[in-house]
Structure formats: C-alpha cells, structure tokens
Design a binder for this molecule. Structure first.
Ligand SMILES: [Zn+2]
Length: 397
C-alpha cells in the first residue's frame, strides 16, 4: 500500500511505458544470451559495455588480473557514469558472472498466466543488472541533473572468487555515499548476511594389506569418527544472523581396494554468524583433533557482513548465504542489498524470474535512488537498530 502511495507521489514521470518494458526485456534477454560463466565473462561484459555506450554512458573498463586464470581471457569490470566520476554519489552494482552450466533463454507464460523468463542468470544476477540500468535510465529521463549522481558498476568473479569486487575497491569514485547491490532478495532489504569459511579434517592412518586390517590404522574410519563428532559441536549464535551452521561438502580417501587407507580428507563449509576467528577458536577447542586427526583452515575466510537498511520502507531480512559485499571495504558509503526475483531458483537448471518481478524491481530501484538522493528516504545503520527493525518485521509477518 505504502509503495503504491510513493509511486503515485512520484507521479507519471517514472511510470514504465510499454516501450521501456520492452527495452527492459530485450536487455535482460541479451544479457542471458551472452554466456558469462565465472572466469569466462568476456561475452556478456562486451555486450553490456557496448550497450551502455550506445545509451550515452561513459564506460570505463577495469582489467581484472588473476594469476590463477589464463591471462588470454579478457576479464573486465564495467564502471559507467553520465557526467564526471566526481559527481557519482551512488553506485548501483551487481555481478556479470554466473554459475555453470549455461541455460538457454526461454520466455513463456505459466499456468497462472504470468510471463516467466528462464535462463542462466535470469535472476542471479542479470535480472538485477537489467532492472538497475532501466531504473537509472528512468531517473535520467525524468531528472537529468540527479542522474549525474548515479554510477553503474558491474563486477565479475562474484560466484566464489570475488576478484572483480576486490579489484574495484581501488577505483571507486571519490564522493561515494551509497552502494546498492542487486541480488535476488524478493525486493526485501537485507540487513546482514553470514560469513563463510572452510576447513579440512585430515585423517592419517597406517597402511596395511586389507586382508589383515588389524595391522593398520584405517584413516577412513578415523575420519568417519571425526565427522560424527561434528554433530555435537555447539557453534556460535548471533542475535541478528542466527546460528552458525556447517556442512561436510567433499570427502576423499583411500587409493586401492586392497589397502587399509592411510589418508582421508573431508572438507567442511561453515556459514558463520559471528567473526570467523571466534568460530575457528570454538572449532579448535572441541577436541576434534587427535593423534590421527588434524583440522586445517583452507580458503580465505570471510566475516559476516552487516548492511545498512532504509527506515520504514521495505521488509527487512537477513540472508544465510554470502555475496561479494565481503570485499567492499569503503569506510563511509552506506551499503545496501536488495533485488528482484527469488533466490530459490538461483544456481538451478530452472533458474527463472517473472516479468512482473523485473518491472517491480525497476519501480523499487527508482524509489530507492530518488528517495536517497532527495533525502526522503533515510538509512538506519547500527546493528542494534537493525536487530529491532528486523524483529518488528518478523512480528508483523
Ligand atoms: Zn548473485
């Protein structure tokens, strides 16, 4: 109800016409049709940078060098603005890369008569890019002066390696105040998301012929005992982000069918609601380690991220999974996370978004951009305030 009122107040200047709706769908379609699986984002980045230039945006391409990736593959972040980077106060951001495998574009109407678009990246995150650019264009045609404050930043490598976002930190505009990230959140604001860390349980044993197992120590059995012990570990809890969870996601061990294995390894993925060093301390004090078992932190740990939200606007939630907001270190810019569509189909073969979700995404982004830049929407920042707001929304639901 409140959204409708605000949109009415905004007036018809921002109303989405049939033509704008078609441009939104065309942009979304072309983004999906240009594959951009992480580490091979070139096609979608080339398409998008050309598209933005054709619309009159100044486009800067940032080469992202990653020593683990073939340097012959052109990998670039896109930063676009309308006037001067010094004028940019607000960045709209999402990521151009997608998870494998590629899923082709398919537009159809479901049994309820809703138009639905299938394809890799339909919601994570090419739907966000299409909605953000369309919103920025709407603001631009209604208020050219205001639109000079908007920058568009589309980084790559978000699905697991975060190299695009890390690289972009060195090239942010000097007067940045707001940083708005698009991921599929069903247009709810996200007040925080968990951190991410991984460790290995490494079991050692003594090799022996499998016909005489009592002469050896079976590393797979030792590893199995350690994995079962994980269930009794009490992990830290946070008032805002909830329980820290973990899952054994990879396992390997043994080399021959007739040999008692002397090595076995399991990988455990942890989604932590408290700083990673606190969680790691708990894990190392649980008695998992023994003469035969060692636990080793692998991969770069990422702390939970606390975000800014807008007072009395959209519903507020937390998220259990991560984004490349892990990499965003700007000391003063307000960081927000909101986008259209549902994460429930993201990364799946039936990834999709509804046309009406995309269109509503444009409306909500226009509302957020204009509200923040005009000062009619206010942000709330402290963790305590967020906890209260979050609780309030939960009570209402
Ligand atoms: Zn994403």
């Amino acid at each position: 109800m409140r959204i409708l009122n605000i949109l009415n107040l905004l007036g018809t200047a921002y109303a989405i016409t049939e033509q704008v709706s078609q441009e939104l769908l065309d942009l979304h379609k072309n983004l999906i049709l240009n594959p951009s699986i992480t580490r091979n984002e070139t096609l979608a980045v080339d398409f998008l940078s050309t598209y933005l230039q054709s619309k009159g945006w100044n486009v800067e391409l940032q080469d992202v060098i990653n020593k683990d990736i073939n340097p012959d593959i052109k990998r670039q972040n896109i930063f676009a603005y309308l006037n001067d980077p010094q004028d940019v106060k607000m960045i709209l951001n999402s990521h151009t890369d997608v998870v494998p495998p590629y899923v082709d574009y398919h537009y159809t109407t479901d049994e309820q008569g809703r138009d639905v678009i299938y394809g890799r990246g339909a919601n994570d995150a090419k739907g966000q890019i299409a909605a953000q650019i369309t919103a920025a264009q709407q603001v631009r045609s209604a208020d050219p002066e205001m639109s000079k404050s908007i920058g568009l930043l589309y980084d790559l490598g978000e699905e697991g390696i975060f190299d695009g976002a890390k690289h972009a930190q060195d090239n942010l505009p000097p007067n940045l105040e707001y940083f708005i990230v698009g991921e599929p959140t069903q247009l709810e604001m996200i007040s925080g998301h968990k951190g991410n860390m991984g460790f290995e349980i490494r079991a050692k044993g003594l090799a022996a012929h499998s016909s005489s197992p009592h002469w050896g120590v079976n590393a797979i059995e030792k590893l199995s005992e350690a994995i079962l012990k994980l269930e009794s570990v009490s992990l830290p809890h946070d008032e805002l982000l909830g329980d820290t969870t973990m899952a054994v996601t990879k396992i390997s061990g043994g080399t021959a069918m007739n040999k008692v294995p002397d090595e076995a390894v399991a990988y455990v993925n942890v989604r932590t609601s408290v700083p990673t060093d606190v969680t790691w301390q708990v894990l190392t004090e649980t008695g998992l380690e023994s003469e035969w078992i060692e636990i080793v932190l692998v991969d770069e740990p990422h702390n939970p991220v606390i975000l800014d939200t807008v007072d009395n606007w959209r519903p507020v939630q937390t998220m259990p999974f991560g984004t490349d907001l892990f990499a965003w270190k700007h000391p003063t810019a307000k960081k927000m996370l909101i986008g259209c569509g549902s994460v429930s189909s993201a990364h799946k073969l039936d990834e999709h978004i509804y046309k009406d979700e995309l269109v509503e995404g444009v409306d909500v982004y226009v509302e957020l951009i204009t509200g923040l830049l005009e000062g009619t929407l206010k942000t709330s920042t402290t963790k305590q305030e967020q906890a209260e707001q979050h609780k309030h929304v939960k009570d209402e639901l």
